[in-house]
Write a protein that binds this ligand. Structure first.
Ligand SMILES: Cc1ncc(COP(=O)(O)O)c(C=O)c1O
Length: 392
């Protein structure tokens, strides 16, 4: 039956809706949820307090300009508050940027294993979403630049990237900025920036010039643990901030999100604790998985990407770097053994109450992405993984 009413604009019905990480398992009351890169410790106690204090005022509309939150962000990161725009998660800002700058005939580029909101935002804006090959599961500036055409209006770069966890050093990000035509916007999505301690990393804030073509996106969903409140922000050239402010809903960020966000930002003791925990347990998880013969992509976010041998055949992944080898084959994870792959590992983990993220939708089918949880959660995950591997 043909539905009544108008048809949606071109592109909208071409996308598969976003699928988030699973959070429940049938018949299990307690699960270890490591599927959505959430914060191992929950929100900061100060953010929770600020949230609670909002309750008697939630009949009032929020400050539509997020003035005090933007001021706090500007002070913390030494930015111009007039060029900060807050959104209901950085997802909202990604969609608004795509709607603002993309339409039929335009192209947006992003690297091969991308955060899936980029193609969703691009395609629903009516533009072409162009995937560009990575090298060793890392964005490749040369290949991105080679893919630029006169139709390219946006280049999305998640740095660090989700789901690979890899990052481009500051010099490469700058090279991309320098060589990109001024007719394209470079959107640096630094959702995981607060986890990165490498000296050669930059979130890209210093590349956002008042009259430039670089936008940086940040979120409160990761190190600040406020994913459920929906809060993100963009640092923009003045003209882009103006465009976003015209397009966004007048009250797109709730009063509770603004209050909790400001409190979370100020709670640097909490963020330092989370950062240190993630670093320690990310290294531990990687090392333990490697001891089991599994390959782990060295990532810098609050998650790890663990690879399983392809079943059957154990062939190298096309993106497998030289020397990565197939160590799993020598350690009982028979390289050609059917049922020993990522899908089997996921099923086994679930039978033990552990939920990781399957990667088929991201084009890395023989991997699972595992968020760094609390110590007890990581130990439960690793015990289950070890049983899966050793079960033979
Ligand atoms: C790279 C990247 N960008 C943006 C987001 C979305 O963040 P938010 O919760 O602020 O919408 C995520 C969430 O997983 C992400 O991984």
């Amino acid at each position: 039956m043909t539905p009544k009413g108008p048809t949606p604009r071109p592109g909208i019905l071409d996308v598969a809706p976003y699928v988030g990480g699973e959070s429940a398992l049938p018949g299990m009351t307690r699960v270890v949820k490591l599927s959505s890169n959430e914060n191992a410790f929950g929100p900061s106690p100060k953010a929770m307090e600020a949230y609670t204090l909002c309750a008697p005022q939630i009949h009032r509309y929020p400050d539509g300009g997020c003035v005090s939150l933007r001021r706090a962000l500007a002070e913390t990161w030494k930015l111009d508050s007039d060029r900060i725009v807050c959104g209901a998660g950085s997802d909202e800002l990604i969609v608004l940027l795509a709607r603002a700058y993309l339409g039929p005939g335009d192209e947006a580029l992003y690297s091969e294993h991308e955060f899936s909101m980029y193609p969703i935002a691009t395609t629903t804006a009516g533009a072409r979403a162009i995937k560009v090959k990575e090298t060793n599961l890392t964005a490749d500036v040369g290949l991105l630049l080679a893919a630029v055409t006169p139709a390219t209006k946006i280049v999305f770069l998640a740095n660090p990237n989700n789901p690979t966890g890899t990052y481009l050093p500051a010099a490469e990000v700058r090279r991309l900025r320098d060589l990109l035509p001024a007719t394209a916007l470079l959107i640096l999505d630094a959702a995981y920036a607060e986890f990165v301690t490498h000296p050669d990393y930059t979130s890209g804030a210093e590349l956002v010039e008042p009259d430039g073509n670089v936008v940086m996106l940040r979120t409160f969903s990761k190190i600040y643990g406020l994913g459920g409140l929906r809060l993100g922000w963009a640092y923009c050239p003045a003209a882009v901030a103006d465009v976003l402010n015209r397009m966004r809903g007048p009250f797109n960020v709730s009063s509770a999100a603004q209050a909790a966000g400001a409190a979370a930002l100020a709670d640097t003791t909490f963020t330092a604790k989370v950062r240190a925990h993630v670093e320690t347990w990310r290294e531990w998880t990687g090392a333990e998985a490697r001891k089991l013969g599994l390959e782990v992509t060295p990532g810098v976010g609050n998650f790890v990407l663990i690879h399983f041998p392809r079943a059957p055949g154990g062939a190298r992944r096309p993106d497998q770097g030289p020397g990565a080898g197939n160590a799993a084959g020598s350690l009982g994870l028979g390289a050609s053994a059917p049922g020993r792959d990522a899908a089997a590992a996921d099923a086994f983990l679930k039978s033990r109450g552990v939920i990781a993220r399957r990667m088929e939708r991201y084009g890395i089918g023989q991997a699972l992405r595992v968020t760094i949880g609390r110590e007890d959660e990581m130990r439960a995950f690793m015990a289950a993984l070890a049983d899966f591997v050793k079960r033979g």
